[in-house]
Ligand binder design. Structure first.
Ligand code: MRU
Length: 381
């Protein structure tokens, strides 16, 4: 009797593995399979299992995990000083986790929204609830629209969301390698905001390239913009420290001086929305960095998966820029640092015109012009 029960349970897990599942489930399947070894070695999708195993050096389960219809997120508002987790059981809780930046970074927001569509049972309203969480990162609406299409075609929502997640894992791995190919041993890279595993639920983009270059044995050094007011630089520094990459944190306004002193070889940034003409939105402070880079003849690279492209918007003027609560500027970790009554303007993103971009790095390669990316997608000009 136990044997039949074990057989049924492990077969159901292996059937799930054919799509995508968490490392825990792989271990669970292996535990049950070792019990049933003779029956199991007919697993077809060795490639998928391999890709899951490959990404285990970044423990993705720590960042975004979907299990038993619950979404477990590492709370990025508490990092790096404390590792706490938030469990979302409703679409409203998922939207709130995005809005309050428990999870942040365009690709990670997209993955989170995809799982949000699994938790919810009313796709039309759930999609609106999720899309309203934050306006600038297009991964959010791209992921929700993908889920609406999959659900409409009768696809199992959990499998569809896991497929989106897995695609981001595979795309960011390629982006990290393509970006690393632009970094030479001995180079100093300047990074702005956080565009690593935390921001992508996968390998990262700009930070992913620095991590990949280091992993390839290249001797690199990194300057990390602290990136006020939410200090995403602290997340970047934490991920660099975990990977053993030499780096120092700087106040954003010192980047120009370091460039002029010849201490920076290239600048790599992520993106929240890259539009048809090549203009793009990213964390506030990216636009001035791009002008300083041009002035100092330093390559300025933008790294992002195709889920961050919006070919419906013609140019940067059509990008909605999120403005967040001024308290984020006036307070540090809840402690007010300005006199009472003082107000702040808190633009979360800015738009960098295409003329300041040296190249766009996607999963397809290194592109001088966005046109080349469109060609990969067969998008008409
Ligand atoms: O406000 P945030 O922290 O969500 O802003 C994040 C950024 O601007 C990132 O650079 C961008 O989303 C790319 S993440 C790979």
């Amino acid at each position: 009797m136990k044997m039949v029960r074990e057989l049924r349970k492990s077969l159901s897990i292996w059937r799930k593995i054919r799509t995508f599942c968490s490392v825990h489930e792989v271990i669970e399947a292996l535990r049950r399979t070792l019990w049933l070894l003779p029956l199991q070695f007919r697993y077809k999708n060795r490639r998928k299992l391999n890709s899951l195993i490959i990404c285990s050096d970044i423990n993705l389960m720590e960042i975004i995990e979907f299990k038993n219809n619950e979404l477990i997120l590492i709370d990025q508002t508490k990092l790096p000083l404390s590792e706490e987790y938030v469990t979302c059981r409703t679409v409203e809780e998922v939207a709130s986790a995005i809005k309050t930046m428990v999870v942040r970074g365009a690709p990670a927001i997209g993955i989170t929204a995809a799982y949000g569509m699994v938790i919810g049972k009313d796709p039309k309203n759930d999609s609106e609830t999720l899309k309203q969480a934050r306006p600038t990162a297009v991964d959010l609406s791209n992921a929700v629209n993908y889920m609406l299409r999959e659900i409409k075609e009768g696809k199992n929502p959990e499998i569809a969301a896991r497929e989106w997640h897995q695609k981001i894992i595979e795309k960011t791995k390629k982006i990290s390698e393509n970006g690393a190919s632009l970094i030479k041993s001995g180079d100093t890279v300047l990074l702005h905001c956080n565009a690593g595993p935390l921001a992508t639920g996968a390998y990262g983009t700009s930070l992913g390239a620095a991590l990949a270059a280091h992993k390839q044995g290249k001797k690199i050094f990194v300057y990390v913009d602290e990136t006020r007011p939410r200090f995403q630089g602290a997340l970047t520094s934490w991920e660099l420290k975990k990977a053993g990459v030499p780096h120092k944190v700087i106040v954003d306004s010192s980047a120009g001086a370091l460039m002029r002193m010849g201490k920076v070889n290239c600048i790599m940034v992520g993106a929240d929305r890259i539009v048809k003409n090549g203009d793009f939105a990213n964390k506030i402070g990216t636009y001035p960095l791009s002008i300083l880079a041009k002035e100092n003849k330093i390559p300025f690279y933008v790294l992002a998966p195709i889920s961050t492209f919006d070919f419906k918007a013609k140019n940067g003027k059509q990008i909605v820029i999120e403005e967040r609560n001024g308290k984020e500027v006036l307070e540090i970790q809840g402690k007010r640092i300005y006199a009472e009554g003082i107000e702040a303007t808190n633009l979360a993103f800015d738009v960098t015109p295409k003329k300041y971009v040296s190249a766009y790095i996607t999963e397809f390669g290194v592109h001088k012009k966005v046109l080349e990316v469109k060609d990969h997608l067969g998008v008409k000009s």
